[in-house]
Design a protein. Structure first.
Lengths: 163, 180, 418
């Protein structure tokens, strides 16, 4: 494990050991899986602590693992401008009620990323100031990036003007 | 009138129509519905190298009320289709549509849930231009074909002509669209 | 076209969001006219299909909310259905002003996942095409911004330069701008020496041509009046909103991924990162003009340093073999068949790789489960994130400044909408 990754991992284990579910390193990138109820705390800690300073949320996306439990995941790619270091946080939520707390209070950029994740997967973010669909029209009823939604769409789900 | 009885019925009206069509074809103001990558090639066609102004399409008027031909350039999604149709409805008659690129002709490389598989599903198209994106020369060829249609007085998507790698004029096929 | 009576116009969620948008601007307008203006998806100055709903008080913008999705083509779902190689043409159409840059970014992410490294010559050529793509994209920015504020001549001049670049791309890759030139493990084909000569001829005279355009604009009273102090964003707001690219460097943050986390051979090249204070449209314009000159410097160095060698990595099960070998040798035929039909099969894992594209930080998050096609591909597009700053930048500005602000932000809807 690279020294920076080890340092971040040790800090997380010291301060929030009960929030970590799993960790992995692949191609020199650290991925930490966190419990969904503790995600906002961990994010705020990583942003504010002077030893980590992850002040840029590069990317926040959803993923559909298509497994019976822990189906939907949310992935946060963090970047530190000062230390030039990247890590990744992952959380998983269940299929029946995919809700998770929003991190817009920590990084303002999460606003649109979470809207896109809601639009594509149906994961609801509690505490989000303005949760609407991002790409699909408001009346669209499905969530396109779920694995059970066909690539070519469902006929009749979007209306077309008459010729 | 004496001339009509000498030359046949509708002689003056035909000549007048020929003159009017000639004026129309040499001053087709395009309405650039530039949506994505094809819009860049459309801009290049308006640029200094492939000058579209020498064909009479001097300005790309962005107001639909002042345009004759709508060049739909770029992938049309279902969300955008309503907007395109609205703008098409606002254009005054006679009006023509050039479907530029593979995405507008048939959905292109995007067989997905949000892309309309060809704008002829909601618009009557006059000329299809193949390419992804078509070169500006290809677009100018489409404009010349369209000028031929205008001279013949065809309008509203009857008998669309296809432009692509079909060779010269004599290889192009006329396809009749069955309009509902 | 039927008219809808006012009551029937449904109060859509976006209008509610516009009403609730927090505004700190108060303006005493004697006519007392507050209205909602729709700068629709079809507009000459919105750089593509961007829809803006603006709450106006007379001519002053109180709040602006962008609406995207008019060009949403379903890229991420397409990626789950295509192999890694099949997705390369789709990356051209993301930021369609600099397709070679997107090709390079995607292929670097796949190579990181699969654990391959391209040979040195391929890396130098990738740097060359990335920088030429950056020049092409910034020239388009220059032309559009100038056209939006009224200087149409500069648009014509920048398009003249772009046409020369298109000729170069055509000789390198075969297409004017949807090139699909890079491949996993290298490039599609090598460049010939006369291509490099053409590049050298172009880049030798490029600084003077840029100087012509700069002379038209840099001291022009109208241009300065329309961009100076317009669309200001502070450093903290920019970092909080994830704003990357030339805009971030115009706020005083010297962050460039080519220096911060070097990829390809940028660590061996000598170039500077232009940083300006101010955070307004003029600063963004200056940053991009200087970046073009720095890119020209990089291209000169690459042309001098480019080594000889192969342009395909030697990892037979993952890199597409050369076509002449496919037709004559058995193993290459089998590998070609397997790679094209079943895809390269990288190990199970996930990577996120970001490059400095002309618009900002372009990142690809790839999650693979050992299959030939990705389980999840997320495109972190810079224009999508940069557009989030629009409500802050336009607050308190005049309606005509909105056009200049969008021009200086330089969004490309192909990647913002994916």
């Amino acid at each position: 494990m690279t020294p920076e990754n080890q340092q971040v991992l040790d800090l997380l284990r010291a301060m929030h050991a009960d929030a970590i579910v799993a960790e992995a390193e692949f191609r020199d990138e650290l991925t930490v899986e966190v419990k969904p109820e503790r995600i906002v705390e961990v994010c705020r800690f990583l942003r504010d602590d002077p030893r980590t300073v992850f002040d840029l949320l590069a990317d926040c996306c959803g993923i559909d693992m298509y497994t019976p439990t822990k189906r939907f995941g949310v992935i946060y790619n963090l970047y530190s401008l000062k230390r030039r270091h990247r890590i990744r946080l992952k959380t998983f939520v269940e299929e029946e009620s995919p809700t998770i707390a929003s991190v817009t209070g920590v990084w303002g950029t999460a606003n649109w990323h979470e809207r896109e994740t809601y639009d594509m997967f149906g994961i609801e973010f509690t505490g989000h100031p303005d949760l609407r669909r991002m790409y699909m029209p408001e009346e669209f009823e499905y969530h396109p990036l779920r694995k059970d939604f066909p690539l070519m769409g469902i006929p009749g789900s979007l209306e077309l003007p008459k010729k | 009138m004496g001339l009509e009885s000498a030359m046949g019925d509708g002689y003056i009206a035909t000549k007048l129509e020929w003159i009017i069509n000639w004026c129309r074809k040499n001053s087709l103001y395009p309405m650039p519905m530039g949506i994505s990558c094809c819009a860049i090639e459309m801009m290049a066609a308006a640029g200094p190298r492939f000058d579209i102004a020498r064909f009479g399409s001097e300005v790309m008027r962005f107001s639909p009320r002042q345009c004759d031909v709508m060049i739909v350039a770029g992938t049309t999604t279902y969300k955008m289709a309503k907007v395109v149709r609205k703008i098409y409805d606002q254009m005054p008659d006679p009006k023509w549509v050039i479907a530029m690129g593979a995405c507008t002709s048939s959905g292109g490389m995007y067989r997905t849930y949000s892309v309309v598989q060809g704008i002829d599903q909601f618009l009557p198209v006059d000329v299809y231009v193949a390419g992804c994106p078509p070169r500006p020369d290809n677009l100018l060829n489409a404009l010349i074909l369209l000028q031929g249609k205008v001279q013949r007085g065809e309008c509203r998507g009857t008998a669309p002509a296809m432009v692509g790698d079909f060779g010269g004029k004599k290889h192009q096929q006329q396809v009749t669209l069955q309009l509902p | 076209m039927e008219q809808r009576p006012l009551e029937q116009i449904k109060k859509t969620k976006i209008l509610e969001a516009l009403e609730n948008a927090h505004t700190t601007v108060s303006f005493e307008d004697p006519l007392g006219s507050e209205m909602v203006l729709n700068m629709g998806p079809q507009h000459p100055a919105t750089h593509g299909v961007l829809r803006l709903l603006i709450k106006l008080d007379g001519e002053t913008v109180l709040a602006a909310i962008p609406e995207l999705g008019y060009l949403h083509r379903g890229y991420e779902k397409l990626a789950e259905a295509s192999t890694f190689h099949e997705f390369i043409p789709h990356t051209d159409r993301l930021d369609y002003l600099s397709p070679l840059s997107n090709n390079t970014a995607y292929v670097l992410a796949v190579e990181k996942l699969a654990g391959i490294e391209a040979p040195r010559r391929a890396q130098f050529i990738r740097v060359l095409i990335s920088e030429l793509a950056r020049i092409s994209s910034h020239l388009m920015f220059l032309g559009s911004l100038a056209m939006d504020v009224g200087a149409l001549t500069v648009w014509m001049w920048s398009f003249r330069e772009r046409e020369k670049l298109y000729d170069i791309f055509e000789t390198i890759a075969g297409a004017r701008f949807t090139t699909s030139y890079t491949r996993v493990g290298g490039l599609a084909q090598d460049v010939t020496p006369d291509v490099l000569n053409t590049v050298k001829l172009f880049i030798d005279e490029f600084p003077e041509k840029l100087e012509e355009c700069a002379k038209m604009l840099n001291t022009n009273r109208i241009f300065l009046g329309r961009t100076d102090g317009v669309g200001v964003i502070t450093r903290e707001q920019a970092i909080d909103l994830g704003y990357t690219g030339a805009g971030l460097r115009a706020c005083g943050v010297g962050h460039d991924l080519r220096r911060a986390n070097p990829y390809l051979v940028y660590s061996e090249l000598d170039f500077e990162i232009p940083v300006y204070e101010g955070g307004d449209s003029l600063a963004r314009y200056y940053v991009r003009m200087d970046e073009m000159l720095e890119s020209a410097k990089i291209v000169q160095q690459v042309l001098a340093k480019i080594p000889a060698g192969p342009v395909h990595a030697s990892a037979p099960k993952k890199v597409l073999p050369r076509k002449d070998r496919v037709y004559t040798k058995m193993e290459e035929l089998i590998h070609d068949f397997m790679i094209v039909n079943f895809g390269i099969e990288p190990p199970v894992g996930e990577v996120y790789h970001a490059v400095e594209s002309p618009k900002g930080e372009l990142g690809f998050y790839l999650n693979s489960n050992g299959d030939g096609h990705p389980w999840r591909l997320k495109i972190r597009s810079p224009s999508f994130v940069n557009l989030q700053t629009l409500p802050i930048m336009t607050k308190g500005a005049m309606i005509s400044d909105v056009v200049a602000i969008i021009g200086s932000l330089d969004p490309v809807m192909g990647e913002a909408d994916k």
